[in-house]
Write a protein that binds this ligand. Sequence first.
Ligand code: FAD
Length: 368
Amino acid sequence: MTYDYLIVGAGLFGSTFACEAAKRGKRVKVIDRRDHIAGNIYTENIEGMNVHKYGAHIFHTNNKGIWEYVNQFAEFNRYTNSPVANFKGEIYNMPFNMNTFNKLWGVVTPDEAKAKIEEQRKAANIDNPINLEEQAISLIGTDIYKKLVKGYTEKQWGRKATELPAFIIKRLPVRFTYDNNYFNDRYQGIPIGGYTQIVEKMLSSDLIDIELNVDFFDKKGEYLKEFPKIIYTGMIDRFFDFQYGELEYRSLEFETTVLNQENYQGNAVVNYTDAETPYTRIIEHKHFEYGNQPKTIITKEYPKNWNLGDEPYYPMNDKKNNEIFNKYQELANQVSNVIFGGRLGMYKYYDMHQVIGAALLVVEKEFN
Ligand code: FAD
């Protein structure tokens, strides 16, 4: 069998490319070292509930084209991400909005909330935030920082907030409205029936062959000779034998439990924002799809340091790692028959809509 492409990784990037290549009559082989397709968006049906095996995944985008694209593969529900924060038993709404400010300080109007934050910013005396702690305090004041940001962020990244770059916290939306919707994007939802079906449909062409439980590095040399072109979505540093050193990642451990009760926490996502609770969040999967099964399934997420062999979930895009990545990217530019893509191949904190967008750009370059 001769193929036009080898795709390393049956995640969203590799599968989007495979789907589009097959549509154009190309023969494609997809390999993945895991025993299932879909990469980190994999969902597994357990007791009638779709369990997000690699962490809660909420699809959101402002891009109408990408929204329409993904809707070809599944029907989405109206799920709106409104996580709740639990700080030592006190419950606060997220993202930080008028509900949060009201619970914390008793303020009622946006002007009162702004005045309270301004008072705390002034007291902290931060003009030019140089780390995450300062950035957070200058955005939302000391009270929210201490109760809702510090413990969670330090657990998530395994570093003191004073040692983390300020840019990470720019991702936290602050709102002076009574709106608990975490994302500002126009389109948002969860695929009814889970995410795996999306990738199944993407890979359903007769022109696509899938081989699971196969690591690219077991036969790297042969693959490079055998296939005219490779789309590689694994770790870019590993592809180049770590010659410029290892890039750093954060990893996670998931502890999933089936509970003999209907409703455990009343929300899909609850963040534990104190430093003492070892996990960052508990996901109750049924609430993503408004399930009414007699049982429920919860997953606790424990962040951990990444060591070679662990799953690399989050790239650590700080200055040091970005500089190493840039060197790998220069090497990648010199390998004409391999295209590097996805979260690990591009070492970027891509969300799903960005991964689809990036894959479609590669498709456009490759075929137009
Ligand atoms: P992956 O899904 O990682 O796929 C890469 C595949 O390559 C994997 O299946 C892997 O097994 C395989 N592979 C790697 N190396 C090799 C090798 N050597 N040989 C063979 N196969 C290999 N995005 C959102 O939009 N919303 C969210 O709410 C959201 N939540 C997230 C929560 C968590 C905990 C995480 C980790 C990510 C989240 N994301 C979210 C991001 C989303 O998961 C990614 O954007 C998307 O899955 C990336 O797709 P990918 O194909 O680049 O990578």
